[in-house]
Design a protein around this ligand. Structure first.
Ligand code: FAD
Ligand code: PHB
Length: 391
């Protein structure tokens, strides 16, 4: 089997890369460890930056997104029982975010891939990478009990944080930058109308809470919890009680409750490897970097990487110009580190840290008041949140 680009992983990064390459007439094969049903049902991120939406629309995979996505022009910071609106659009010259579930993006991209007759193989096993430093690297894998080898000009490692591509790079070649947070998020999806039109990021003595949504009938909610928390320790009634307590306001706001249809715990980590390239292997998305979800950036960063990578591969295949590929890692890392800082900053401002003292709490409240009342500080949040065009 041969192709121009072998893509490992059918998450947003791998699927979008395959699509952007096809638009330039470049062939690829996408290899995915899980089943189609599994990747289409995996509930993860929900906030798309303006630039992500624009790219998906321009690439012809934004029709349902435009119909069903919820465009938000602001968000709420809630602390000490009071809400403060950050007017994202007013502060950023009219830009906005769109709430549209990651699994919906994945469904749209899979449909586009299959409609175009592109190769997308689910349930592959034992993926290994070979000859990355040569001119014709190979990806070997098993499928339906048979061994296969895919020879290609380049390999894109889009297989997420726990994938095999980053691990295929020889030890000592990559620099690793990492921070683990002493807490996690317990996330639920509930069949109930959202209790607010916009997202609510809430700082509370008992820990962070977030009110988000997926549709006019589905609410997505998160609670800061211990990193080793057992999901069984959180029956539905306890989750609702904790959410009511943390999100309570002085004025009569109430949280709508409904059946919980999904529940999970997400660890919080900041992680970057440098560089994002080894020979003919290019890492993109979560395989190369992880951000804590407080800035709503993981998916958007994966999209930003593959936009750069597809342009660079396009130039190489069009006329052998290697400049885009040579610049890929540095170009992406500039955005990666801006987003790392923003995600760390939002996380630090909004969470309770074990062992923090009243001094830390006063600093957090002071920062929250500043961001809510100063146009300059609010603009910093807003322009990063909707996504910077230039970094
Ligand atoms: P992924 O979406 O992880 O896709 C990688 C794909 O590669 C997967 O389909 C995987 O099955 C496949 N794969 C892995 N190993 C192999 C292999 N050996 N061979 C073949 N295929 C392989 N971000 C937010 O902004 N907000 C959130 O609320 C949020 N929640 C999250 C919850 C969880 C549990 C996780 C893990 C991430 C969350 N994120 C969130 C981050 C966001 O979802 C990711 O940044 C985004 O999915 C990155 O896309 P990706 O394509 O790089 O990686
Ligand atoms: C979500 O809707 O899942 C979501 C929204 C905002 C975040 C993280 C997750 O910061």
């Amino acid at each position: 089997m041969d192709t121009q680009v072998g893509i490992v992983g059918a998450g947003p990064a791998g699927l979008l890369l395959a699509h952007l390459l096809r638009l330039q007439g470049i062939e690829s094969v996408v290899l995915e460890a899980r089943s189609r049903e599994y990747v289409e049902a995996r509930v993860r991120a929900g906030v798309l930056e303006q630039g992500t939406v624009d790219l998906l629309v321009e690439a012809g995979v934004g029709d349902r997104l435009r119909r069903e996505g919820l465009v938000h022009h602001g968000l709420e910071l809630r602390f000490d029982g009071q809400g403060h609106r950050i007017d994202l659009s007013d502060l950023t010259g009219g830009r906005a975010i769109t709430v549209y579930g990651q699994q919906e993006v994945v469904k749209d991209l899979i449909a586009a891939r299959l409609d175009a007759g592109g190769e997308l193989l689910f349930e592959v096993e034992d993926v290994t990478l070979h000859d990355l430093e040569g001119e014709e690297p190979a990806v070997r894998f098993r499928r339906d009990g048979a061994d296969h080898e895919l020879r290609c000009a380049f390999v894109a490692g889009c297989d997420g944080f726990h994938g095999v591509c980053r691990e295929a790079i020889p030890a000592g070649t990559l620099s690793v930058f990492e921070r683990e947070y002493p807490f996690a998020w317990l996330g639920i999806l509930a069949e109930v109308a959202p209790s607010s039109e916009e997202l609510i990021y809430c700082y509370h003595e008992r820990g962070f809470a977030l009110h988000s949504m997926r549709s006019p009938r589905l609410t997505r909610l998160y609670l800061q919890c211990a990193p080793d928390e057992e999901i069984d320790a959180w029956p539905d009634a306890r989750i609702w009680e904790e959410l009511r307590t943390r999100l309570a306001t002085g004025g009569g706001w109430t949280l709508g409750e409904g059946p919980i249809v999904e529940k999970g715990i997400t660890p919080m980590r900041s992680f970057v490897v440098e560089p994002l390239r080894h020979g003919r292997l290019f890492l993109a998305g979560d395989s190369a970097h992880i951000v804590p979800p407080t800035g709503a950036k993981g998916l958007n960063l994966a999209v930003a990487d593959v936009r750069v990578l597809s342009d660079a591969l396009g130039r190489w295949f069009a006329g052998g110009d290697p400049s885009g590929l040579d610049a890929y890692s540095d170009t992406c890392l500039r955005r990666v580190w801006r987003v790392q800082h923003f995600s760390w900053w939002m996380t630090s401002m909004l969470h309770r840290f074990p062992g923090d003292d009243p001094f830390d709490g006063r600093l957090q409240r002071s920062q929250l008041r500043y961001v809510s009342s100063s146009r300059a500080a609010a603009t910093t949040l807003a322009e990063n949140y909707v996504g910077l065009e230039l970094v």
